[in-house]
Design a protein around this ligand. Structure first.
Ligand code: MN
Length: 234
């Protein structure tokens, strides 16, 4: 028994569909621009023939289960939703071949990469890290993990998001610039992927701001439905 001066923080984890066990989360990777129309709306179009995917990370303690109410976050006046397919890794993998990617996928979830857009854009323009804009408390919203079962590698399926019932984002997973095997092959060039790693795969076009009192709902075919309510500022 270790003798810590403070009690260690709880292990971040997510429920699992159809099980009482939980999926312990060790890292959260997020893909930057991975839908063409979103890259264009952010003013940074992607040319896959000359560019590679890029990533940022969120601290696992930022994880928040779908269905919660969050206080409107501090430090921003432009709090954005980003609806995303989340991959839950279930095997170790380093320099994974695209043809070997399926063995890496333990399950899928529907996630929200909540973003302080004003802070992210200041950082982007000044060439600084994105942490203030992306890696803040309760910013990685996620449903229960759906075990992969017979789903295999998801290469199509509707992904959409509503605010107070009004559709804001609607796209299809087939529009991912870098698909799941390509992402796993690329990311595993830089990290030893391991069980407990989540990968937020990027958001389609239509990102926007939410205000206190609004409710976000999102859907991915065959994966699940995510929800988040925006409370008052702290
Ligand atoms: Mn995102």
């Amino acid at each position: 028994m270790s003798n810590y001066v403070f009690p260690p923080a709880a292990v971040p984890s997510l429920p699992i569909v159809g099980s009482d066990a939980r999926y312990a989360v060790s890292r959260i990777f997020c893909v930057g621009r991975n839908y063409h129309a979103h890259a264009v709306e952010m003013g940074r179009p992607v040319d896959k023939s000359t560019m590679k995917p890029f990533y940022f990370t969120k601290t696992p303690s930022t994880l928040l289960e779908s269905g919660a109410t969050v206080p409107y976050p501090c430090g921003t006046t432009n709090y954005h939703y980003e609806m995303e397919l989340v991959i839950a890794i279930g095997a170790e993998g380093f320099r994974v071949a695209e043809s070997d990617a399926a063995r890496m996928v333990w399950g899928y979830a529907a996630g929200l990469d909540m973003t302080r857009r004003d802070l992210q854009l200041v950082a982007r323009e000044q060439g600084r890290p994105w942490d203030l804009g992306k890696d803040f408390e309760k910013s990685a919203v996620c449903t229960a993990i759906l075990p992969v079962g017979n789903l295999g590698i998801l290469d199509k399926g509707a992904i959409n998001l509503q605010v107070n019932g009004e559709t804001k984002q609607t796209a299809d997973l087939s529009q991912l610039i870098w698909n799941i095997p390509e992402l796993l092959a690329d990311l595993s060039q830089y990290y030893h992927l391991q069980p407990g790693d989540l990968i937020y795969t990027g958001t389609p076009e239509g990102v926007g701001a939410v205000k206190s009192g609004e409710r976000i709902t999102g859907h991915i075919d065959r994966v699940g439905d995510v929800a988040l309510t925006i409370g008052q500022p702290e």
